[in-house]
Design a binder for this molecule. Structure first.
Ligand code: C2E
Ligand code: CA
Ligand code: CA
Length: 677
């Protein structure tokens, strides 16, 4: 075998060579086998990156550079081999002779190979730090920067000057030979490998098991390849093993299917969570620009799920146009995007927030063709760690985003935090948690006036919460928060328990009370356990189910309708009645009102407020008549004045609820109120 050694020169110059034997050399294809395979894998990787447009964000961009670097290295190695094996014999055959060997081209390729090779280990270190979001820690002082990059620069320059000093390798017709200072390349590779291994161990806690082990595995893989190639120079496996290693990094670490949103061309919620987690853990400063599509639920109702999806995709691609190199656009959920600019520069971030906000403000249909003209957004910049100090705190803010961020202009967390209710909003999750733990919710009852009998025959149970630190917290704040966090199920069962306890203890007939209206959130209604639990409660407290009327607000989601209907059927069989709450606010509509066995339709306060407007008056009058014609009782909410009450009475409503008649009041007051009537 060794006679054919002119093509057996090792990429590292490890090989001493013997004679040149053209004919046999050409018959030695296994030399290129691994390098060709490596190039194939690199091309595959590059294509997959391009097709998936996986180029945003530091980790993806460094990965792309690493793949290009490795591909060029493999190509240079392969190119050199092919030249030696095919072109060179041909040239000497044509009379060029071995004297002119090496040609300028051949030695350039050889130099390129060695230079790129020197950069490989540092590049992998950069990749590790980008993937773990720790580049800022790696480069955190001038000394660190010098210690880190000076050896690479020295080694690379030294290798590049080889044509002058010939100390790293020499090259002649018999192949490549090690120079006396070939060790520079090895020393540099070992230096960067040791730093890489140390860095991986140091930041292991910010990575998943898969990420850590895959990134770590590359080192033994490459060491093994170098060892094999050192001892069996014709097994040119190093670049092939590198290719396999990078393929593993792509599959198990960068995981395009995990990092990219499958519906919208943006990075995924998973990627966003990982980023937040890592940046807080490593202290990496971040600027986040949150962009939320307004009234996404209304848009969904208007357009349907598919149309909405393409609308969101359209917004996503328009937002991508705002990005500069290195910025990343994430799609988080339900119309909420986040842009993370490459540099944590608050002014630039606010610039992006303002631009995108204004861009979605103009009502000019020409500049926003089609459905995109429907989209308005709210935008807000958050800095970490200046504004928020943990991923949890950030998550609370993001959950409260639609309540806290005005839609009139782009704003910043800093500006919002100076507003009076901000602290309360941010404290909602913890104060809710405490209220649930201590079951400190109270139930107030608002008597409802029955127009036909002239008595207060029913009432609505309304939750109240007094927090030790913040005082009275309005349900309009904590109920939506509980709904978003899922705590509403627990809150709901505490409230139901308290209401049933009250009903069980009271002599309702003596008080002249027919039933109490109880609010249910959609998330409660869609739980299959609801009916069973509620029936247990009424039994335990010895309450007649007919004393409970459940108020249900409509959802826009059709899929939950079935679960709601099942609950309603069971509970209705047990004797409970139902009201359609907030009729006229957008989601409640006639088809739904007909589908479930509602005995009562509660018209939203906006109807009472608009009585002065003749057309609204007309709509209300017709709606009341229509409801009456299908056998529904009608209740108007939020009546505050005698005029409104008189007007509505003349229009033929059945019930009136409002401050004009009675405010919500604690149990004892409520009982006194009823006794007094
Ligand atoms: P809602 O179900 O529409 O309740 C009626 C709201 O209107 C109550 O506000 C009530 O205090 C208020 N209200 C009644 N009459 C008048 C009036 O004349 N003028 C004005 N301005 N307001 C009036 P509250 O108690 O603040 O509750 C707000 C919302 O919180 C409720 O709206 C309901 O969606 C939710 N909520 C309240 N209690 C519960 C509960 O026990 N469970 C659930 N799931 N949600 C509840
Ligand atoms: Ca209600
Ligand atoms: Ca209502």
């Amino acid at each position: 075998m060794n006679e054919k050694v002119f093509i057996l020169y090792d990429n590292h110059g490890n090989m001493d060579t013997v004679s040149l034997n053209e004919g046999e050399a050409m018959a030695e294809p296994d030399i290129y086998f691994y390098d060709i395979s490596a190039v194939v894998v690199f091309v595959f990787l590059l294509l997959s990156i391009l097709i998936r447009r996986q180029m945003h964000g530091p980790a993806n961009r460094v990965f792309l550079s690493a793949v290009i670097l490795a591909a060029l290295t493999a190509a240079a190695g392969l190119g050199g081999d092919l030249y030696d094996a095919l072109l060179s014999p041909l040239l000497s055959h044509l009379g060029a002779g071995t004297q002119s060997y090496p040609t300028l081209l051949r030695s350039s390729v050889q130099l390129l190979y060695f230079t790129l090779h020197t950069l490989t280990a540092p590049a992998y270190l950069v990749l590790i730090s980008a993937i773990s979001d720790t580049s800022h820690r790696l480069n955190n002082s001038n000394l660190a920067r010098a210690l880190l990059w000076a050896p690479m620069i020295v080694a690379t320059v030294f290798v590049m000057l080889n044509p002058v000093h010939h100390l790293v390798y020499t090259y002649d017709a018999t192949g490549t030979h090690r120079g006396p200072l070939i060790g520079v390349i090895y020393a540099s590779a070992i230096y960067y490998s040791l730093i890489g291994i140390w860095w991986l161990l140091r930041w292991r806690h910010v990575m998943s098991e898969d990420e850590f082990s895959t990134l770590m595995l590359l080192y033994p893989l490459i060491f093994m390849a170098v060892y094999i190639q050192f001892h069996f120079p014709h097994l040119r496996v190093e670049m092939f093993f590198t290719a396999i290693g990078l393929l593993m990094v792509s599959t198990f670490v960068l995981r395009p299917e995990y990092q990219l949103d499958s519906l919208v061309a943006a990075a995924s919620l998973n990627a966003y969570h990982d980023l937040c987690h890592r940046c807080f853990a490593t202290g990496k400063p971040l600027c986040l620009v949150y962009l939320e599509i307004l009234d996404i639920d209304k848009l969904r109702e208007l357009l349907g799920a598919d149309e909405l999806h393409s609308l969101v995709a359209g917004v996503s691609s328009r937002l991508s146009e705002q990005l500069s190199r290195g910025d990343v656009l994430y799609y988080l959920r339900n119309g909420l995007f986040c842009i993370v600019p490459n540099n944590p520069d608050a002014d630039r971030a606010l610039g992006i927030a303002q631009r995108t906000h204004d861009q979605h403000k103009a009502r000019d249909a020409k500049s926003h063709p089609g459905r995109l003209s429907l989209v308005r957004i709210r935008s807000c910049v958050v800095r970490a760690p200046e504004d928020v100090s943990s991923p949890e705190e950030l998550a609370i803010f993001v959950r409260r985003l639609s309540h806290l961020v005005p839609d009139s202009r782009a704003t910043t967390y800093e500006a919002l935090s100076r507003q009076p209710d901000f602290a309360l909003n941010m404290a909602l999750p913890s104060l809710l948690e405490r209220a649930i733990r201590e079951r400190s919710f109270q139930i107030y009852y608002q008597p409802i006036y029955c127009v036909t009998t002239g008595r207060f025959a029913t009432a609505e149970a309304l939750v109240r919460l007094q927090d030790p630190d913040f005082g009275w917290v309005p349900p309009s704040l904590f109920i939506p928060e509980a709904e978003q966090s899922g705590a509403i199920v627990q809150v709901g069962s505490i409230l139901l328990d308290k209401i049933c306890a009250f009903l069980g203890e009271s002599d309702l007939d003596a008080l002249g009370l027919d039933y109490v209206e109880v609010n249910l959130s959609v998330d409660q209604c869609i739980r299959p356990q609801l009916a069973g639990e509620l029936l247990d409660l009424v039994e335990r407290h010895n309450v007649n189910p007919a004393r409970i009327n459940l108020e249900i607000t409509e959802t826009s989601s059709a899929f939950s309708q079935e679960a709601i209907e099942a609950n309603v059927r069971t509970l209705a069989d047990a004797g409970m009645t139902f009201s359609l709450d907030d009729y006229g606010t957008g989601y409640s509509n006639v088809t739904r009102a007909l589908r479930l066995p509602f005995s009562l339709v509660k018209f939203d306060k906006s109807f009472a407020d608009a009585l002065d407007d003749p057309s609204a008056h007309e709509v209300l009058e017709r709606s009341i008549r229509m409801m009456a014609s299908i056998g529904k009782h009608v209740l108007i909410e939020g009546v505050e004045t005698a005029e409104q009450a008189a007007e509505l009475t003349s229009m033929g409503v059945d019930y009136i609820q409002g401050y004009y008649y009675a405010r919500p009041m604690p149990e004892e007051d409520f009982v006194k109120f009823l006794r007094a009537q």
